[in-house]
Write a protein of this length. Structure first.
Length: 99
């Protein structure tokens, strides 16, 4: 079973890759930031739908059974993350990784 530090490093990697994708897309497309964010949110929804469909069809042995509350949990997580207060100083920022 993965430990808390593994989860933090995976989360940091996902955050980093999504920020890279967002920044690259803004630069390459010239689209407004909210347009790109909506596209990314739509892509995440499509990933959920595709994963849920394959699990409902029992194509994966992991045992996950998608439920409607999954979507509510994703919406809640996105809202909480978007509303988090920005850190006022480096001291207040969460540590990511280690030196």
């Amino acid at each position: 079973m993965a430990n808390h530090n593994d989860h933090q490093s995976v989360r940091a990697e996902i955050d980093h890759r999504l920020m890279m994708t967002f920044s690259w897309t803004l630069d390459a497309s010239g689209l407004p930031p909210m347009t790109v964010m909506r596209m990314m949110a739509s892509a995440l929804g499509a990933i959920y739908r595709q994963s849920a469909n394959s699990h409902l069809a029992q194509q994966c042995p992991c045992g996950w059974q998608p439920v409607f509350q999954d979507i509510e949990a994703l919406q809640s997580e996105m809202e909480m993350a978007a509303r988090q207060r920005l850190a006022d100083s480096l001291r207040d920022m969460p540590a990511v990784g280690r030196a």
